[in-house]
Design a protein around this ligand. Structure first.
Ligand SMILES: [Zn+2]
Length: 106
């Protein structure tokens, strides 16, 4: 499932869709682009003390994913088992500025 992102016209790097300027070279504006939504697990974090609006869902797992296009993206984990660091994952569904990730096909 593709997700929205932005590509810098100066350095060609991809950045999350809410960036105001390229975090690498400062160029603005940035051009909308669709990216793969695939990547690998960079880190995980089990949330036991959740913010109030998510308290009923705790404990839940967050995953930081290194997307194929380069940026890191934080999301919720939709899989059953906690993923290994480096495991291939993909966006299962976007969720505002984050996404739900599930095991990917690499
Ligand atoms: Zn740039």
């Amino acid at each position: 499932m593709t997700i929205d992102a932005l590509r810098c016209g100066a350095c060609s790097r991809v950045t999350p869709a809410w960036s105001l300027a390229c975090p690498h070279c400062g160029t603005r504006p940035l051009a909308p682009v669709k990216i793969s939504g695939r990547g690998s697990v960079y880190s995980t974090s089990l949330v036991r003390m959740a913010p109030e609006h998510l308290a009923a869902e705790a404990p839940y797992l967050l995953v930081m994913v290194r997307l194929e296009e380069g940026p890191l993206m934080l999301g919720r984990w939709a899989g059953r088992e906690e993923p290994e660091i480096g495991a291939p994952v993909a966006v299962a569904r976007p969720d505002g500025r984050t996404a739900w990730f599930a095991p990917g096909d690499g």
